[in-house]
Design a protein around this ligand. Structure first.
Ligand SMILES: [Zn+2]
Length: 206
């Protein structure tokens, strides 16, 4: 509803200022505000990157920026984060790293609040049975949780929420992929506070 009201208001303002025709004809401008940057480190399947990015965009509405992919480097997630952190641009609020390191690193991810970087370890998330859907959902959960953490949201007691802390692979595969309503509220407010831009969604009415 708020989105609808804002949309209506902007139409009224544009019409009142007499620029409606020009505005309507102009190509879409990039959304204002900072981005959540995403970077692939090491060989990352483009279909996986695309689905995860689409999921995050659809469920947060935030502005995302895909930074140029980097070579895999480092034998630890700390080293990956340090290298990938160079991809952070001035207009990025935070960086999510989709890493496929050469080394076998056990943790599914790591969070570096000082650097505003979260690393998702694709290699360790790959299920034993090579199931692309299970894999894609795992990465979506990790990316959503990473974004929440980067924006300062705490973990959540609700297993249906992406901010819930799992301990086993079974729990990872059964937890929610999106934020529960209270976490969504916290995360949206935090994003606003950090100046993260919002993308108009295709589904939103004018
Ligand atoms: Zn929650």
């Amino acid at each position: 509803m708020r989105r609808i009201m804002a949309g209506l208001l902007s139409v009224i303002l544009m019409a009142a200022s007499g620029v409606f025709a020009e505005e309507a004809a102009a190509p879409a401008q990039p959304a204002a505000g900072k981005s959540i940057a995403v970077v692939a480190v090491g060989p990352v399947d483009s279909a996986l990157m695309d689905r995860v990015l689409a999921f995050a965009k659809e469920n947060t509405g935030f502005k995302f920026r895909v930074a140029p992919a980097l070579e895999s480097s480092g034998d630890t997630l700390d080293a990956v984060a340090a290298e990938a952190g160079k991809a952070l641009a001035a207009d990025d609020a935070a960086l999510v790293v989709l890493a496929n390191p050469a080394a076998d690193i056990k943790p599914h991810g790591a969070f570096f609040p000082e650097q505003r970087v979260a690393v998702v370890n694709l290699k360790s998330l790959k299920p034993a049975a090579d199931d692309a859907e299970v894999y894609g959902r795992r990465v979506e959960r990790e990316v959503m949780q990473s974004i929440g953490m980067l924006l300062g949201a705490p973990s959540c007691p609700n297993p249906q929420c992406a901010m819930w802390q799992y301990t086993t692979d079974e729990e990872l595969d059964s937890k929610g992929r999106n934020y529960c309503p209270p976490c969504m509220g916290v995360i949206q407010k935090a994003a606003e506070g950090k100046g993260v831009g919002m993308e108009p969604t295709a589904a939103a009415p004018l």
